[in-house]
Design a protein around this ligand. Structure first.
Ligand code: RBF
Ligand code: MG
Length: 187
């Protein structure tokens, strides 16, 4: 599999059907593998919120996202995969953390549902200093990058994700995509 020749920009010059697709969710814990194994943290989306979307295909998407504080006191609990998860509901985040950032979204088969349901996790192109489980997340999905692949190595996956990130940045620079950073949905 030669992945060295991927296009650096995807989709049409203007956002086209079925996009934009809007998503609102609280950030829920995943397996925690994104950060620890790949060094690429992801915010996991609630299953019922993802189910409402008109997104049928597994694969990688891109767009804009915004994290917001939500109501809730801080607590720590142990999740299904035996990991202690500290919920902050977005308390303790810096002002820049609440800006609208570029994102890449992976849609795959959810292991919690015996791989019978598709679910989404979002990597935000911004460095957060703290975790933000329980915070609210708004996402506007503007296009599709590539299908989900099976990788022979972790390194190959990481390399493709880094290409996804570069492709998303480049694709979002176009005027028709850039304007969604200031969408009413984020106000
Ligand atoms: N997992 C795959 O098995 N195949 C993929 O093609 C794939 N692409 C991804 C692209 C992005 C941008 C992200 C954030 C994740 C991707 N993943 C993929 C999921 C990755 O394996 C997952 O984030 C970690 O296993 C942590 O749950
Ligand atoms: Mg995650």
């Amino acid at each position: 599999m030669d992945r060295s020749n991927r296009p650096s920009i995807v989709g049409e010059d203007t956002v086209s059907f079925p996009y934009p697709v809007y998503l609102k969710s609280y950030i829920i814990p995943g397996f925690g593998r994104g950060s620890s194994e790949l060094g690429i943290p992801t915010a996991n989306v609630e299953q019922q919120e993802f189910d409402k979307l008109n997104i049928g295909e597994t694969g990688i998407y891109y767009g804009w996202t915004k994290v917001d504080k939500s109501d809730g006191g801080e607590y720590t609990n142990r999740n299904e995969s035996g990991r202690d998860v500290h919920h902050t509901f977005g308390n303790g985040l810096d002002p820049e953390d609440y800006e609208v950032h570029p994102m890449v979204m992976s849609v795959g088969w959810n292991p919690f549902y015996g791989n019978k349901k598709r679910s989404a996790e979002i990597h935000i192109m911004h460095k957060f200093k703290t975790s933000f489980y329980g915070a609210s997340l708004r996402v506007v999905i503007l296009g599709y990058i590539r299908p989900e692949l099976n990788y022979v190595s972790k390194e190959a996956l990481i390399q493709d994700i880094n290409t996804d990130i570069a492709v998303a940045f480049k694709s979002l620079e176009r005027e028709g995509y850039k304007k969604y950073q200031k969408d009413k949905f984020f106000e």
